[in-house]
Design a binder for this molecule. Structure first.
Ligand SMILES: N[C@@H](CC(=O)c1ccccc1NC=O)C(=O)O
Length: 334
């Protein structure tokens, strides 16, 4: 018998909705990943099977239970486009504002009705495995947040294969510094990222602001269904466009570095949140990152959101009475 007693699993995954075959693979994969690179007994399964399962774990659309994978991706994109069209038509905004000289280094800023600049600023970094998505389809949360007096900034960054991950991290750092410089009387800067965007937001926990001539007034992080240890990504098809070496992946893994980093402001909140229907690997990534934050001096919390998958978790930010929208507003106005 395999000893699975050490295989910690922090959350309620929808086992009932998951086929026995998927459950078996998921468990097998946890055993392999948790013991990687040591040899485990009984012998490891054939390499091809492990790679297939890794691929599966890191393909969020395959874990959507309410829709087929392609339809889930289409719906996500459609809701993002609709929310962005509505935000641009109904909110006061500054669109395509450059935060740097590089191609595509632009932000869209959406404002509440009041004309003050002494507002909380909420920056959003979209997902898409650092190789898809754009600010032009990612203004999900603009309506409910601006309605409550929060300025929302949707950030564009140069995706792969043109952009490298190191460059994306640098761009995101400059976008945060830009907002602080442009709105020095802000009432707090809050960073939110989804999936790959949560990784980019988490890298800001490690940023060296001295190089940027400003220390942003960072008051909170919302890391939604993120990837914080990039090593497994190297072995998936996502790496065809990304071309990460193991060293690139380690250098850009907040999971490996955040325990040693010092918060600029120890009262800054870090919320790690994952959807109930995210894959076991996504649950592991979020839970382990949260645990590591707790070992350091970060004021971290963890939420598993009931009855949502990798895409609904962000789609629902279009709604004011959604649980995550309410958590965000409570954190900002506590
Ligand atoms: N090709 C991926 C797409 C994906 O992962 C994704 C798409 C939109 C927003 C976030 C995503 N995941 C991580 O960044 C999939 O099929 O799930």
């Amino acid at each position: 018998m395999m000893d699975v007693s050490g295989v910690g699993f922090p959350s309620k995954v929808p086992w009932k909705k998951m086929s026995a075959e998927r459950w078996g693979f998921a468990m097998l994969d946890r055993l392999v990943l948790n013991s990687w690179p040591q040899v485990i007994h009984p012998p490891r399964p054939p390499k091809v099977l492990r790679l297939q399962e890794l691929e599966n774990q890191y393909c969020p659309s395959r874990w959507v239970v309410r829709l087929g994978a392609e339809e889930a991706l289409r719906t996500y994109s459609q809701i993002g486009i609709e929310a962005t069209t509505r935000a641009r038509a109904t909110r006061k905004s500054l669109l395509h504002v450059p935060y740097g000289d590089g191609e595509g280094e632009k932000v869209d800023i959406y404002f509440p009705d009041e004309s003050s600049e002494a507002l909380p600023f909420f920056l959003f970094f979209h997902g898409g495995y650092w190789q898809s998505g754009s600010k032009d389809e990612s203004a999900f949360m603009v309506h409910p947040l601006t309605a409550q007096g929060v300025a929302v900034v949707i950030v564009a960054y140069g995706i792969a294969p043109k952009g490298t991950l190191d460059h994306m991290v640098d761009q995101v750092t400059r976008s945060v510094a830009f907002v602080q410089k442009r709105y020095p009387s802000n009432k707090g800067i809050y960073l939110c990222g989804h999936s790959a965007g949560a990784h980019l937001a988490a890298m800001m926990l490690l940023a060296d602001w001295t190089k940027h001539g400003v220390t942003p007034n960072l008051r909170g992080f919302f890391l939604v269904s993120g990837v914080f240890d990039l090593e497994p990504i190297v072995y998936t098809s996502q790496n065809v466009a990304l071309q990460l070496t193991l060293e690139d992946a380690q250098r850009n893994s907040p999971q490996l570095k955040v325990a040693q980093a010092q918060p600029v402001d120890p009262t800054c909140r870090v919320l790690v949140v994952v959807g109930q229907f995210d894959s076991p690997e996504f649950h592991r990534q979020s839970w382990e990152f949260y645990q590591t934050l707790c070992q350091g001096e970060w004021k971290a919390s963890f939420e598993e959101l009931h009855d949502v998958d990798h895409f609904e978790i962000v789609e629902n930010l279009t709604q004011k009475d959604n649980v995550l929208t309410q958590i965000i507003l409570k954190t900002i106005f506590q």
